[in-house]
Ligand binder design. Structure first.
Ligand code: SIN
Length: 494
């Protein structure tokens, strides 16, 4: 356990000599205003950084547009080499990057280390894909014609990323964009801009040409958005965040008809059938529900447990959850860090109060940490609610916090109707040993990502994304690069 003084020293050392600015053309620029970046575990200001407005957004577009012809013309193998170099540097500097991530985001340091490796994997994996952007020669309908299909970069892309995975969500977009030959303007979440800005430093060190990657931190997304939506040169927007904001971006993009990729909200069901292996199901549910204190778009939100296994599952699951250490993410044994802010805590309070008022029982947790261990009020004890139902707020809305409602069910059809009974369709999970049921359920779940006896399905090789109001397009996997490529054909008369 680190003392308060040791935590303080670690913070000071991490930022000693670090300067952050708006990252344009491989240079750090100032802006008229600044904004503070705070540690959600303590409320202290970590650093104060330039707050980009419309002029900086416009300068970033100029830089990305100017860099586009040379970057897209660079042989794919050379783009791939630079991307692999950046990935290797991220891994080399993993400890520092992970510490910065925990300081600004709050997640346990073990998860931050994991996220840096996960983030680097999108650069190295898509470096391989850069070398495989193939075209086609299609048989034509007459002997004196040939049809050649080619795939070319979309152009300047704007990548808007969330606070919950400040490095991996950026590289999950940047990896395919750079591999395709696009240039980028990245707008990190205002709560967590430092992890993104640190990547700017890494791109310089790796040897990326100026203007290929630009990073624009801002506390006010409105001038940034107005600038990028009005500019014809921006051809693509990729956004990860809430469905509410996604809808606004989709509507705004109509003005200049930009390509859009959206990774939006979820409401993941996690189904445990009677024949599941109990211990892997318990461990999987803990891993899925409590990753990043429940603050991921694919966290289990509704845990459906078949009645034959319900009591045994509830008991074993509650035992595991009650033992999870809660505290500052820099403490090596911490498994649950703070929530990102006060509105996040208020949402959880509302969900727990509504569930208990409608008959759910608290098996563990159900409250914040006591005030003397809770400097920001955002540390919430991991919570299990028994006998919850699909009608409760906790099942209707995405909780985005460490609260696990257990909902009993009897029949397969009944649980499928409840699981699919949401406008969202990002991730769903189920545990069973019946191989026929695996395919039957996987086919009937209306979600883009299915974990069958697997609670952690995310990986660079897989096409991450949702159906219904959970999004548009896929990130990762061999289809991930298509989001950054235009298809063109040449009809050649001989
Ligand atoms: C997210 O919350 O959308 C990202 C989760 C992941 O990549 O596993």
């Amino acid at each position: 356990m680190l003392s308060a003084q040791e935590l303080n020293q670690l913070t000071q050392q991490t930022f000693a000599g670090a300067t952050y600015g708006v990252f344009i053309n491989n240079q750090w620029q100032g802006a008229d205003r600044t904004f503070p970046v705070e540690n959600p575990a303590t409320g202290e200001v970590l650093v104060t950084i330039p707050d980009a407005g419309a002029p900086e957004a416009a300068a970033a577009i100029d830089a990305a547009y100017a860099a586009l012809p040379a970057w897209s013309a660079l042989p794919a193998i050379q783009r791939a080499d630079l991307m692999r170099k950046a990935a290797a540097l991220m891994l080399e500097q993993r400890e520092r990057l992970a510490t910065i991530m925990t300081l600004e985001q709050g997640k346990p340091i073990s998860e931050s280390r994991g996220e840096i490796a996960y983030a680097a994997s999108f650069l190295s994996w898509f470096a391989g894909e850069a070398e495989r952007v193939y075209g086609q020669i299609v048989p034509a309908s007459s002997a004196n014609k040939r049809i050649l299909v080619m795939r070319q970069p979309v152009g300047v892309c704007v990548l808007i990323t969330p606070w919950n995975f400040p490095a991996a969500m950026l590289t999950r977009k940047l990896g395919p964009a750079l591999a395709a030959g696009c240039t980028a303007i990245c707008k990190p979440a205002e709560q967590t801009p430092l992890s993104a800005l640190e990547l700017g430093r890494i791109f310089i060190e790796a040897g990326f040409p100026p203007g290929v990657v630009n990073i624009v931190p801002t506390s006010d997304p409105v001038p940034f958005s107005e600038t990028i939506f009005a500019d014809e040169r921006v051809r693509k927007i990729s956004f990860t965040g809430s469905t509410e904001v996604g809808r606004i971006l989709i509507a705004n993009s109509a003005r200049t008809v930009k390509r859009m990729s959206m990774e939006l909200g979820g409401n993941a069901p996690f189904i445990i059938f009677d024949d599941a292996d109990l211990i892997p199901a318990v461990k999987g549910a803990v891993a899925s529900k409590f990753r990043n204190a429940g603050q991921t778009c694919i966290c289990a939100n509704r845990i459906f447990v078949q009645r034959g296994i319900y009591d045994r599952f509830a008991e074993a699951f509650t035992r595991e959850v009650a033992a999870m250490p809660v505290g500052n993410g820099l403490q090596p044994d911490s498994l649950i860090g703070p929530l990102i802010d006060q509105p996040a805590r208020q949402k959880i309070e509302r969900h727990v109060a509504d569930a208990t008022a409608h008959g759910a029982q608290i098996l563990t947790g159900g409250a914040p940490l006591p005030a003397d261990h809770n400097p920001t009020g955002t540390f919430w004890k991991p919570t299990v609610l028994a006998n919850a139902s699909s009608q409760m707020l906790v099942a209707q809305e995405e909780t985005f916090g460490p609260v696990a409602p257990l909902i009993p069910f009897s029949e397969e059809d009944e649980v499928l109707a409840q699981a699919n009974g949401t406008p969202f369709g990002l991730a769903a999970y189920f545990y069973t040993r019946d191989v026929s049921r695996v395919l039957r359920i996987a086919e009937r779940l209306e979600f883009g990502i299915i974990g069958a006896n697997d609670a952690l399905p995310s990986t660079a090789q897989a096409p991450f994304g949702g159906v219904k109001q959970s999004g548009l397009g896929r990130e990762g996997g061999s289809v991930g690069i298509d989001e950054y490529l235009e298809v063109k054909y040449v009809s050649l008369g001989l």
